[in-house]
Write a protein that binds this ligand. Structure first.
Ligand code: SF4
Length: 256
């Protein structure tokens, strides 16, 4: 594979040669950037994608389809966009709260990092933790959750749902830290904190990541997932592949 710098240099030369001499430098830059991103995506293929903690609960087959660029249903429906918007707003609020924490706690709570990035390169696993904090000499990975009143009350009563426990397990697996969830009720801004019981999930993260990696490397379609089909964006493609797992027919089509 060409080195990334070779590709970018080639792109820059091509864009410059093709450009109208009157083109403004900023437009030249934007065109180069756009082409470079497309080139990089094409070169990197599935390796540019990582397994992320927030979807770790999904099955190995789902991750296989995601990482092998399988076509999927678009998710830019109004509901998804609204959810994304709410998430961004909530994180802006979190940053503000954490800034305030640093100012008012007189050193009792230390905010060590906000939006802490981690990457386990060997297992293609990466993500961002809302914050790393220290309370009474113990460091925690802090995850901020917002929930509508019903879900907020359910979490208070029953604890975090299993998808969140997978996420917490992923954080502990990657950082070795215990996790603290801080829930905010969207309807009245009430709060509560809890330590998710995610040890059992953390132990499953390594084997799951290895199973995903093994499937992608050998191009072997994993068996059907036991969770998540109702909301799966790969339903149509998944139905056309082997049910119990086996060689990916698309591999033969591509290479043969
Ligand atoms: S449709 Fe179900 S089995 Fe297929 S990838 Fe999606 S979640 Fe997995």
């Amino acid at each position: 594979m060409a080195r990334k710098s070779d590709g970018w240099a080639d792109i820059l030369q091509k864009v410059k040669r093709a450009a109208d001499p009157e083109t403004r430098p900023i437009d030249l830059f934007l065109e180069t950037l756009e082409k470079a991103v497309l080139w990089t995506e094409a070169q990197e293929g599935w390796r540019s994608k990582h397994v992320h903690p927030s979807n770790l609960w999904r099955g190995v087959r789902w991750w296989y389809l995601y990482l092998t660029d399988t076509p999927r249903r678009q998710e830019d429906d109004p509901q998804s966009l609204r959810r994304m918007h709410n998430g961004i707003k909530a994180h802006e609020r979190l940053d503000e709260y954490l800034g305030r924490v640093e100012r008012v706690t007189d050193g009792r709570v230390r905010v060590d990092a906000i939006e802490h990035y981690f990457k386990v390169e060997s297992l293609n696993f990466s993500g961002r933790i809302d914050a790393i904090i220290t309370v009474m000499n113990q460091q925690y990975a802090l995850e901020f959750k917002t929930a509508a009143a019903n879900a907020f009350r359910a979490a208070q009563k029953n604890g975090p749902s299993s998808d969140y426990l997978w996420q917490a397990g992923g954080y502990t697996f990657a950082t070795g830290l215990p996790v603290l969830f801080l829930y905010e009720c969207k309807d009245n801004q009430e709060w509560f904190g809890c330590f998710p019981k995610a040890e059992a999930y953390a132990l499953q993260v390594g084997p799951k990541l290895r199973a995903i990696q093994e499937a992608v490397t050998s191009r072997t379609v994993p068996p059907l997932c036991d969770v998540g089909c109702n909301t799966c964006v790969f339903q149509a493609t998944c139905a056309a592949l082997p049910v119990q797992g086996g060689a990916d027919p698309r591999k033969t089509a591509e290479t043969g």
